[in-house]
Design a protein around this ligand. Structure first.
Ligand code: ASP
Length: 323
């Protein structure tokens, strides 16, 4: 008797949660951005939120949860209620965090439902206006000569700007001091104010500043020139062969989010990455929306796993980590 009652209760609960999932979304959805407002991740997220809101017929609002290279936001969403109202957008940093942070309180491979990939964004090496070198060759010589006096801004351990900076320093064999910010938007303000010298950052944050001449640019991390920044040479064409960095992004929900909710989010993401306005808005900033087949749970799962495996030995070898 007791057993039957329990069975009935759990079937009822399942039915109710199924019905709730069917109606989803009935209120606004929060999309956590792991870096400061105004930066590259935030810019991509706000453009995505606009189209996702249209698709889901509910507001998708941005919540900037900055700090610790994006791990604060990732942890918050890993522990959030799995009801589809708390989501996360994150980049390559989701894959580098396990190797970089010794006391990580979330697991990228087990704590989330994956929604899909969003866009790939190239980077640029930029500097404050007063820095003397006028091209990459001069920059390399200058950095080597002045490495004790220069610094490089970034968005914290594991941020794309951090990784790109590390790669750049290792290519030119000069280690300079790095200064972490809560995002590359505040780092950009510091760069334009002359408080930091150099930065490697996504085109979604640097295109406008490069075009208006508020920063110096030394090259892009792409194989070919970026159409919206066609006057900027690639690092590769200036001799830094193979220096290609593209920052991928994914959308995540807490583990246990009901399947019907995930299905709706995947459908909305797929429609968004194909949306002409979304594509052209981020395209003007050098970013490229992924194809529909990448805006899937499977694609993000496979990519994330491969990226974790790729970065782990590189980071271990570099000996960088946070306790
Ligand atoms: N995406 C940037 C980075 O990783 C940070 C930001 O969005 O502010 O450097």
């Amino acid at each position: 008797m007791v057993y039957r009652l329990t069975l009935c209760m759990s079937s009822l609960l399942l039915l109710v949660s199924g019905a709730v999932a069917q109606e989803y979304p009935t209120r606004q959805i929060s999309l956590a951005v792991p870096f400061a407002a105004g930066g590259p991740t935030d810019t991509l997220a706000r453009n995505l939120a606009l189209v996702m809101s249209q698709q889901l017929k509910q507001q998708v609002v941005i919540e900037n949860v900055a700090g610790a290279g994006g791990t604060i936001a990732s942890n918050r969403i890993a522990k959030a209620k799995p009801d589809g109202y708390s989501l996360l957008i994150h980049h390559i940093g989701m894959a580098t965090a396990p190797a970089l942070y010794r006391k990580l309180s979330f697991n990228p491979l087990t704590d989330y439902e994956y929604i899909g990939q969003v866009a790939d964004v190239p980077m640029t090496v930029i500097a404050k206006l007063g820095l003397p070198p006028d091209n990459l060759t001069e920059l390399i010589a200058y950095v080597k000569k002045n490495k004790d006096k220069l610094n490089l801004g970034n968005a914290g351990l594991g941020a794309a700007s951090h990784l790109c900076g590390l790669l750049f320093m290792s290519r030119i064999e000069a280690d300079i001091v790095t200064i972490p910010y809560n995002g590359t938007a505040p780092a950009m303000t510091a760069l334009m104010g002359g408080q930091i010298d150099l930065m490697c950052d996504q085109t979604t944050n640097t295109t406008a500043q490069i075009k208006s001449g508020r920063v110096k640019v030394y090259g892009t991390t792409t194989q070919q020139r970026i159409p919206s920044l066609s006057m900027v040479p690639t690092l590769a064409e200036q001799g830094m062969k193979g220096f290609e960095v593209s920052v991928w992004h994914g959308v995540y929900a807490p583990k246990g989010t009901p399947k019907p909710v995930i299905d709706k989010l995947v459908a909305a993401l797929q429609a968004s990455v194909q949306d002409a306005t979304f594509k052209s808005r981020i395209g003007e900033l050098g970013a490229q929306a992924v194809s529909k087949d990448k805006a899937t749970q499977e694609s993000l799962a496979i990519h994330l796993k491969a990226e974790i495996a790729k970065w782990e030995p590189i980071i271990k070898k570099a000996g960088v980590y946070a306790d």
